[in-house]
Design a protein around this ligand. Sequence first.
Ligand code: BV8
Ligand code: ZN
Length: 250
Amino acid sequence: MNTEIPEACIQAIANARHIVVLTGAGVSAESGILTFRDALEGLWAKYDPRELATPEAFERDPELVSRWYDMRRLMCRDTSPNPGHGAIADLQRRTERSGGTFTLLTQNIDGLHQRAGASDVIELHGSLWKWRCASCYTPATDLPEPLAEFPSPCACGGFLRPGVVWFGEALSHDDLTAAAAACDACDVFLSVGTSGVVYPVAGLIDLVSVRGAPTIEVNPDVTPQSGQVTWSLRGPAGEVLPALVDSIGA
Ligand code: BV8
Ligand code: ZN
């Protein structure tokens, strides 16, 4: 691995009792899941994800949007967590074993953190694995893989939609309150694999910086937050995170 991790950064994590980790699509990139901003391949290349991830798109074309999310659901089913997910789960176990708190916030809807062994994951933008009726909100259970119909009907006459937060939709108040409270109290904030442009989640790091608490970014590229963080670890999560966790002895 060619990303140097400063000793002070290692100590900040090693000595932290209250850790917040925020992840984005980049943590799942090494599992083969295209990030939100990657041009989607093949059939989907002509669609802009931000155009499909809206209530208006579902209203306009529930078949297309259901197909897109079901394709992503099955793609995620057929991938596996990568060492970056594993390192985060190891860090959670180490922190909680020593009596500290660990809050894992993710913008991802793929469920890979949970499959890597992380617990109490706060899925701020929902999950591909929780579909519900768009009209009566009844949760859908035992969804076939793939869905049998596009869109899939609900007994009430409505259509099933993925349990994700679309652009223009509010996040869960409880999740956001828990996330903000963790950021207000943490000793260190670790942002992994996110372009940091989607609000209100992108604003969470400010709650930490304003207190002068250390913030760390893990990303091969520069982001709008790179200038504000204490340390930028410029590399892939699947390499940097295991090295970081090995350095502190998890
Ligand atoms: C809301 C779920 C209000 C669905 C998603 C103007 C200014 C400010 C805000 C707004 C504005 N206009 C509109 C808004 C609000 C809007 C917003 O922020 N828009 C942006 C585009 C400007 N926000 C919303 O609409 C939110 N809701 O505001 O509601 C409200 C209040 C009350 C009542 C009603 C309404 C809801 C936003 C949630 C949208 N849903 N996802 C789905 O997935 O299909 S967003 C989606 O994109 C992701 O969830 C994620 O949150 C977001 C960004 O994606 P990232 O995860 O960061 O991924 P990305 O591809 O962008 O970047 C990947 C990164 O990984 C890159 O930096 C790359 O370098 C790095 N990387 C690559 N490989 C690796 C790596 N890193 C590490 N290792 C690697 N190997
Ligand atoms: Zn219904």
